[in-house]
Design a protein around this ligand. Structure first.
Ligand code: HEM
Length: 571
């Protein structure tokens, strides 16, 4: 049949389409509308009632946005004024203001034994709404143990927004299931203390260069106190350490990769500001195209590097030219282990046999992003807060200078009061029981690490005081609740990099303590705030006064610094 331009719909498709088509479209719209209403209204109301029946309360759900507006309002209000008094460590109301505020109003605990809501126990379980998603705040150590250890199989890691994933990489932090287990097994040997100790001379050298520069700055200023914003300087040390851990002897090439990644993170952070514009990240804007180009550059550089390492693996002896090259070769770096797990290391794979698919180049790229992201800022923050706290508490600074092993306690107390990761999130994979509560599938569990660390019921009435002495008998005895101290998380997904972080922190602080006394600058404003991690809102300017000059080379060999009983296996 010849279908001319003047043909009507009736002639083309037959008369029923005249009303069937609009009807189908209307039906589809209605289904989509109902689905949307279900997600945005009925389901949240249902879940709210479900928890209310079990005695769990919280701020009421608001259509679409949940409690986001109140949360942002509370956070902005809290961060508008610095800590009062400036010496206070009672930072929870400022840093997690929404949690602190709602916990006071809604905190309850459901006792299975009495089938009653108790205002006793830890009074910290309540429900809040992240948009239409239910989040149960849980800070009770028994429940935390269930979530991370005894019933961990029912809870998944929270899946970050794609833009956050672009920042943190699709590596170990966000992987799940068999692929996560495979990567974790492959990468763990890098973080064993015996392996990390091989990095001490190299990390030590970077720290010595840093403190030498501070000394030179002080000399140039007449030999007195010099003001240093430590956070910026510590980034150099932690970036260096993670580059050596990730790339070992391919340090220079690794630095180039991480430099590209640092640029990429700036783009990703900028893109995050446009998070509310749907599909923005797919638009070919100038920034997006630059970011895509960077992705390709990173990929290409890594492919070249992998090819080079595969070649080198067959001529290992060539690298053993100097002592430090020999040490660098001996280091089990992340790149080497991953290349080995691709089966292309030029020798037989030493990776444990597994049903998981081999690690691909894209996997390696993603892991590099993850380790750069997870390893740099966290440790920088730990170093920054420890320096601030030692500056605020000169008595502990003196003690640590004379007894360097006290640094273990000091770092623990710093991470208790100022945990770099203030909270973490899990998601119920199925309907599940938790401490007598019925948790529906999809509920997110917010574990406010900082709130657990500041809880007077777990730490005593001096919970907000800086008292490293509470860790004198080790982590296990610092609180009567073993899960009350969780700066590195808990269970199988506990931080893989904790040994490296502690090694870097001890080495850096030991060298600083040998060379300087320090105190917060009058320009320092005590205002901890959270932006993914815990930051000093107005920087951390510290005044350093040089002590008598000393050679620091011996500290680089100070293996005793790391022989602490608190060192844990990352496996
Ligand atoms: C003071 C420094 C650090 C702190 C406070 C810290 C904190 C944490 C926490 C709390 C988790 C668990 C998150 C969760 O369970 O949801 C974690 C996981 C992780 N951390 Fe760290 N971290 C630090 C340093 C590092 C370093 C130096 C690296 C890398 C070299 C690193 C790499 C990772 C990775 C890859 C994971 C995910 C592990 C997995 O899921 O298997 N972290 N970290």
């Amino acid at each position: 049949m010849d279908r001319g331009a003047g043909e009507t719909v009736d002639e083309m498709w037959g008369w029923p389409w005249r009303w069937l088509l609009p009807l189908a479209v209307t039906a589809l719209c209605m289904v989509a509308g109902f689905k949307l209403l279900h997600i945005l209204w009925w389901n949240p109301r249902r879940i709210e009632k479900h928890f209310a029946r079990q005695g769990i309360r919280g701020p009421p759900y608001r259509f679409f946005i949940g409690n986001l507006r109140e949360m942002v309002g509370l956070m902005l209000e809290a961060s508008s004024t610095p800590m009062v008094p400036q010496s206070s460590h009672n930072i929870l109301p400022r840093v997690l203001s929404f949690y602190h505020h709602w916990k006071k109003i809604y905190g309850t605990f459901f006792s299975e034994a009495s089938k009653h809501i108790c205002a006793s126990r830890y009074s910290s379980t309540f429900l809040l709404w992240f948009g239409p998603t239910a989040r149960l705040a849980v800070a009770d150590p028994d429940l935390i143990r269930e979530i991370f250890v005894s019933r961990a199989e029912f809870f998944d890691r929270y899946e970050s927004h794609p833009l956050v994933r672009k920042l943190e990489g699709d590596g170990l932090v966000s992987l799940r299931g068999e692929k996560w287990a495979h990567h974790r097994r492959v990468l763990t040997p890098t973080f064993h203390m015996d392996n990390l100790k091989l990095l001490i001379p190299m990390i030590g050298k970077t720290v010595v260069e840093m403190v030498d520069k501070w000394t030179a700055m002080s000399s140039a200023a007449g030999g007195g106190e010099v003001e240093i914003d430590v956070a910026d300087w510590f980034q150099g040390v932690t970036e260096d350490a993670i580059t050596r851990t990730a790339f070992g002897r391919s340090y220079d090439d690794g630095k180039a990769v991480f430099r590209l990644q640092a640029k990429q993170m700036v783009f990703a952070a900028e893109a995050f500001r446009m998070v509310l514009v749907p599909g923005y990240r797919f638009l070919p804007t100038k920034k997006n195209t630059s970011s895509w180009k960077l992705d390709m550059d990173i990929h290409r550089t890594l492919v070249q590097l992998i090819g080079q390492r595969r070649k080198e693996a067959t001529i290992v002896s060539e690298v053993n030219k100097t002592e430090s090259a020999a040490a660098a070769t001996a280091v089990k770096d992340l790149l080497g282990l991953m290349i080995n797990a691709t089966g292309g290391g030029g020798r037989r794979s030493t990776a444990p046999s597994t049903t998981a698919s081999p690690i691909s180049v894209t996997d390696i790229v993603e892991e590099c992003k993850t380790f750069f992201f997870a390893g740099k800022q966290t440790t920088t923050n730990l170093l920054t807060w420890t320096t601030v706290l030692l500056g605020m508490h000169p008595e502990w600074q003196d003690r640590a200078r004379h007894e360097v092993l006290l640094l273990g306690m000091i770092l623990n107390e710093t991470m208790r009061l100022y945990p770099p990761a203030v909270a973490t999130i899990r998601r119920a994979k199925t309907d599940v029981q938790l401490g007598g509560l019925n948790i529906p599938q999809g509920t997110e569990l917010l574990i406010p690490i900082m709130a657990v660390h500041h809880d007077t019921r777990l730490w005593g009435s001096d919970a907000a005081q800086f008292n490293p002495g509470r860790f004198a008998e080790g982590v296990a005895r610092a609180s009567q609740y073993p899960t009350a101290f969780i700066p590195f998380g808990l269970g199988a997904r506990m931080c893989i990099g904790q040994n490296l972080a502690l090694l870097e922190a001890r080495l850096t602080l030991a060298l600083i303590l040998q060379r300087f006394t320090f105190r917060p600058s009058p320009a320092y404003v005590h205002a901890p705030t959270v932006l993914m991690l815990l930051y000093p809102q107005y920087g951390a300017p510290i005044l350093f006064r040089p002590l008598a000059p000393s050679s620091s080379a011996d500290v680089c060999n100070a293996g005793h610094l790391f022989a602490s009983r608190e060192t844990r296996s990352p496996s």
